[in-house]
Write a protein that binds this ligand. Structure first.
Ligand code: MZP
Length: 497
């Protein structure tokens, strides 16, 4: 046997040491933009995410509803592959059909219409967002817009008139909104939107922020809707068995990126699958592979054509692979090792192949550590399973609400191929558990808090981008005694006393 010199370590064994926080280092200046797929030096990745988070390829996590919400927030979901091809393709289609921008309504809505009118219109059309024009036709002046989600503000007062919900841009004040005006402007520009509705829940009001050059579009609503009818990004998991049928169906459904999903990706099966996809589609179809935990595994999949590589075996919250099979590696150690291979490959060939840290992220600061250790983006299951948008049931246990969360290697996820090496039924064993996670409400609210923390930590490290964090972060290992020091200690906590 070959013995590695390092010890398998995980995120909880490290801390970040602050760097100089300059005056520019404020959370609103931090960019979390990150590449998803490989690119040559001097070029840009064909897909960049606005936030470095993707949701796990799992039945209990990545359905269409979660995918829509995560994409709206700048991340991406991989729709689970442990299902029939037809239903997976249908889920992809559902996400791609969701309109991220808005359409100018061709209905007869006017500022005099009530919110109840708008709701019924939204329900009748496939559009998620309705623009309101001053004369109720697409040729009129655009006054504002209402989206199906944001409509909730009107549910309490369905009689309210559209015009009552409109406030001119100049009257908006920062502070009474959940979002600052500068952020709103940024969103409008980043997403090429022309109008952004902002909800002030306290006052039960909906404001509309208009893009400053909006006037120049007002006589050409068709151009307006073409410009902003941007589709959401979505990914999908595939396996190494039915890929010749599954990949064409997903491509036909409009998927943006694929990922071969396996607990152990260092295999000839993945090599063959990657080669087939690249030989059939060239770079028209983007596909990641994994999971691996060392440099050899990374290089093998990159040589086969992988557009990104996923790192992590056995660290997932629902995972018992290490107990069952004795394979795996501490997530931090695996990541640090694979990041070295990624950097060496870039230095040698000029091709940057992003890596994804998959599984085992527990605290928000673990996300910053993973990024600092070299991850370009992060895949999480447990984190997203807790939200309203995940596809599982919300249950009440005692005084607490929980959501169900089960591993892809659990019996519940059934006989799907991720963990299936063939062989007879009686030889199969579980590699994952069926569990509950504490219910946490809406994704959007949680993301806001998490990303706020991530940005604040990056500012403490004196860094304004993920690339800078990877270069400049100072990381220290902690002893088990100092881990105790990191929590509240030697005090009697009030709620327990
Ligand atoms: P976590 O975010 O819940 O800690 O981990 C999610 C990751 O665990 C998934 O992305 C996947 O790589 C892995 N996973 C999913 N199912 C199992 C299993 O049943 C598993 N063992 O390990």
């Amino acid at each position: 046997a070959i013995y590695l010199n390092d010890v398998s370590r995980t995120f909880g064994e490290y801390l970040l040491i602050p760097g100089l926080t300059t005056k520019q280092c404020v959370p609103s200046n931090v960019s979390l933009r990150t590449p998803l797929v490989k690119f040559a030096k001097g070029e840009k990745s064909a897909i960049e995410l606005n936030i470095p988070l993707v949701s796990a390829i799992m039945q209990s996590v990545s359905g269409p509803e979660l995918a829509i919400e995560l994409a709206r927030n700048g991340g991406l979901s991989f729709i689970f592959g442990s299902q029939p091809i037809v239903s997976q393709a249908e889920m992809v289609r559902k996400v791609k059909k969701f309109k991220a921008g808005f359409v100018v309504s061709d209905s007869n809505l006017t500022p005099e219409n009530t919110l109840a009118d708008i709701l019924s219109l939204i329900q009748k059309t496939e559009h998620s967002t309705i623009g309101i024009t001053d004369d109720g036709t697409p040729n009129g002046k655009l006054l504002g817009m209402v989206t199906s989600r944001d409509y909730r503000v009107g549910v309490d007062s369905p009689d309210k008139k559209v015009k009552d919900l409109m406030t001119p841009f100049s009257k908006l004040t920062v502070g009474n909104l959940g979002i600052s005006l500068s952020d709103a402007n940024q969103i409008i520009w980043d997403h090429k939107l022309n109008t952004l509705p902002i909800i002030d829940k306290d006052q039960n009001l909906c404001y509309f922020v208009f893009r400053k050059d909006y006037d120049s579009h007002k006589n050409n609503p068709h151009e307006l809707s073409d410009n902003s009818d941007k589709k959401l990004l979505v990914g999908a998991g595939i396996n190494t068995r039915d890929y010749k049928e599954r990949v064409p169906a997903l491509v036909e459904a409009g998927v943006d990126v694929l990922c071969i999903d396996s607990s152990d990706g260092y295999s000839e099966w993945q090599y063959e699958t990657l080669r087939w996809i690249k030989e059939t589609y060239g770079n028209q179809v983007l596909v990641g592979a994994g999971n691996v935990v060392d440099q050899e595994g990374f290089q093998y999949l990159v040589d086969a054509g992988a557009d990104f590589v996923k790192v992590g075996i056995g660290g997932g919250s629902i995972c018992i692979t290490r107990e069952q099979k004795g394979i795996g590696r501490g997530q931090a150690t695996a990541l640090i090792d694979v990041a070295k291979a990624r950097d060496a490959h870039y230095a040698k060939t000029g091709m940057y192949v992003p890596i994804c840290s998959d599984g085992g992220l527990v605290h928000d600061y673990h996300m910053v550590l993973a990024l600092a250790m070299g991850a370009d983006f992060l895949m999480m299951g447990r984190y997203f399973a807790r939200f309203d948008e995940s596809p599982t049931k919300k249950l009440r246990i005692g005084n607490n609400y929980v959501k169900e969360y089960w591993g892809e290697g659990s019996n519940r996820a059934q006989n799907w191929q991720r963990y299936d090496m063939g062989g007879s039924e009686s030889l199969k064993f579980e590699e994952g558990v069926d569990s509950y996670v504490p219910y946490a409400g809406k994704m959007k609210d949680n993301l806001k808090l998490t990303l706020g923390k991530v940005k604040a930590t990056m500012c403490s490290c004196g860094t304004l981008s993920i690339e800078e964090l990877q270069k400049k972060a100072k990381i220290t290992m902690v002893s088990s005694t100092s881990i105790v020091e990191g929590g509240a200690h030697d005090v009697i906590l009030k709620e327990q006393s």
